[in-house]
Design a protein around this ligand. Sequence first.
Ligand code: DGL
Length: 265
Amino acid sequence: MDNRPIGVFDSGVGGLTVAKEVIKVLPNENIIYFGDTARVPYGSKSKETVTKFSGQIIRFLMSKNVKAVVIACNTVSSNSFEKLKEEFSVPIVEVVTPGVEACIKATKNKIVGIIGTEATIKSGAYEKKLKEYDKNIKVFSKACPLFVPIAEEGWADNEVARLTAEIYLKELLEKGIDSVVLGCTHYPLLKNCVRKVLGEGVSIVDPACAAALKMKEYLENNNMLADNLGEVSFFVSDNTEKFDFICQSVLGKRCAAEKIDIDIY
Ligand code: DGL
């Protein structure tokens, strides 16, 4: 047994979609969530910058005595995971591999779409991993950078969100895909809108649940499960109001995030 908390982080509110799944599959774990609201978006930044920011966040989480970390961000997972794994001794679960495994299960015609931030798509991480699992799979990738500010604004399913989704997803639909991976943890916040554009015939793969199960499996195998009350504490690097509002709508519980200075880590 290990009653220390699990750290979960993202550039902003997107990682809450992963935290939600962690809470579901690991209800007795306490969680420390960090959203880098001062520096969102990560998706337009360089690999070096994303790696530097993530290192600071993991140091912050380690100062809170976490026993393991979930990188609830595809941009960090696809650009910085290897470096972070080398640098830190704390166990780290990322979201790309679980997303790839879920996609392999979902596709029947082996023509799949990946949507994510510019940095995630540019890294080619999904495409490379998918081809390692199945060399015959056809992968079409599309960066959808505007989805992140739309989600941060809380505009999950309005006209702007729908039009943006139509413009981004049209070309993927023309390729005959039968599955789309939401390769950015902000995108499940726009899932209804994405569903309307893709129609019922395309599976929408959200890596969050598979990532949460990976963490569960790790804790079980290493005898590190907790028997806590499942408390969640939230920290952000800038204004808390918008974060608190979206947090409440995603997790369905009141959240009062604490603002910290991430630059000291
Ligand atoms: N939610 C993050 C991801 O999964 C980052 C989005 C961003 O900050 O651009 O990639």
